[in-house]
Design a protein around this ligand. Structure first.
Ligand SMILES: [Zn+2]
Length: 299
């Protein structure tokens, strides 16, 4: 058991293994054991029920404020129910955020569940070569052809947004799939559509105009050929490599040699997308993306 726990404490995270038992832990009365460093902490209740998963760049002081300054009755109740506090160190804030999001998804802890209502987002996918976009739900698979536009809470919001764009840009609701029927659309009859439905505008021209109008909603494609290790190092010089493929977090390792120990899982993940975009766009000097797959072709 001790070898597993040191493995987790050593910044290695493999999502296939359930670390519940293996994590180092302490109680609310002995917070000194917690690391004053970046990481994720978990409050476990009776029968090992995960109550809450949180992250901080200083786990000890964050947990201390949970214990000493609960902000509400509910918060107080959560701390009263806490039997043990487990933790996992990470190489920094990025590692902590990726791990926190992954554990919340995996365990759906009681108090996280009540705090943030999880919604499955919807997006328009308009692959190259298609005449119209189609709606995709929840976890998307990013392929070479996929192009995603917008994130919506439900299909209706997605459709209303596309309809607004179509009206502003004189696009055809029928060609876009927002209206059923054949031939001239109603919009054409009242001068709102340039006529892609009846040959007055070519489909290519219509597609081009629609894509341009939707560009502001565009979700960045994965800009690398395959997996990328996001290298993060903390002030003590400890290094974490967070392995991500097409906005899907596969886990963290300390050395690239350990890569093969992680599962090759796929599927677009909205949390990973948001977290990584914040870090990439903030030009955080501490984060370095290292492409792993498909770099230079061997001769
Ligand atoms: Zn039309």
């Amino acid at each position: 058991m001790s070898s597993i726990s040191s493995r987790y404490d050593a910044l290695h995270y493999d999502p296939r293994q359930d670390p519940t038992q293996a994590l180092p832990s302490t109680t609310v009365d002995e917070l000194g054991a917690l690391p004053a460093r970046p990481g994720v902490y978990v409050f476990f209740g009776q029968n090992e029920l995960p109550l809450y998963v949180g992250k901080s760049v200083n786990v000890r002081s964050r947990v201390r404020s949970h214990v000493q300054q609960p902000v509400s009755r509910r918060h107080e109740q959560m701390m009263t129910q806490t039997r043990r506090i487990a933790w996992m160190r990470t190489s920094g804030d990025l590692g902590a955020q990726l791990l926190e999001a992954d554990l919340i998804k995996r365990w759906v802890p009681l108090y996280n569940r009540q705090l943030r209502k999880r919604v499955r987002m919807v997006s328009w996918n308009w692959p190259d070569g298609d005449d119209r976009p189609t709606l995709t739900d929840g976890q998307w698979v990013v392929t070479a052809r996929a192009r995603f536009y917008g994130l919506f809470r439900n299909r209706r919001d997605a459709q209303l947004t596309l309809r607004d764009i179509a009206n502003d840009e004189s696009l055809c609701l029928r060609v876009l799939g927002l209206e059923t029927g054949q031939g001239r659309c109603f919009g054409y009859q009242i001068g709102r559509c340039l006529g892609a439905c009846c040959g007055m505008e070519s489909l290519e021209a219509h597609t081009q105009r629609a894509r341009n109008a939707m560009e502001k909603l565009r979700i960045e494609n994965w800009p690398w050929p395959g997996r990328v290790a996001f290298r993060e190092s903390d002030r003590q010089g400890e290094v974490g490599l967070h392995i991500v493929d097409h906005w899907h977090y596969q886990g963290s390792v300390e050395r690239l040699d350990d890569l093969d120990t992680l599962p090759d899982t796929r599927g677009f993940d909205i949390d990973t997308y948001r977290i990584l975009n914040r870090f990439i766009s903030s030009d955080d000097a501490g984060i370095e993306p290292i492409p792993i797959d498909g770099g230079i072709d061997p001769l």
